[in-house]
Write a protein that binds this ligand. Structure first.
Ligand SMILES: [Zn+2]
Length: 94
């Protein structure tokens, strides 16, 4: 009923990374590489946990605690370039 959510993760995945992948070509953007990018970026960003009950909209306090968008973009770009340069799986594997 109640879920613990990391707002940084939502922003990284649903806004920043998807947006980046639409505008940039990586050596590989498979699910594994996207997960690696997420992990790298999220490890460098502060977590913003909040409690969510189903369908509930964030309170004002929670939205004020949002991480800095510029910093998120910077870390996602850095992580994407790192994973693209050295994917953690054989490159010709589907
Ligand atoms: Zn890949």
């Amino acid at each position: 009923m109640y879920e613990l959510k990391n707002h940084t993760e939502t922003v990284v995945q649903q806004k920043t990374l998807q947006n980046y992948l639409r505008n940039n070509v990586l050596n590989c953007s498979c699910e594994r590489c996207q997960a690696d990018i997420m992990a790298l970026a999220l490890n460098r960003l502060p977590a913003r946990y909040y409690v969510s009950s189903r369908g509930e909209i964030m309170t004002q306090w929670e939205s004020q605690a949002l991480p800095d968008q510029t910093r998120i973009i910077t870390e996602v770009v850095r992580a994407a370039q790192q994973v693209s340069a050295t994917p953690l799986h054989p490159i010709n594997q589907p």
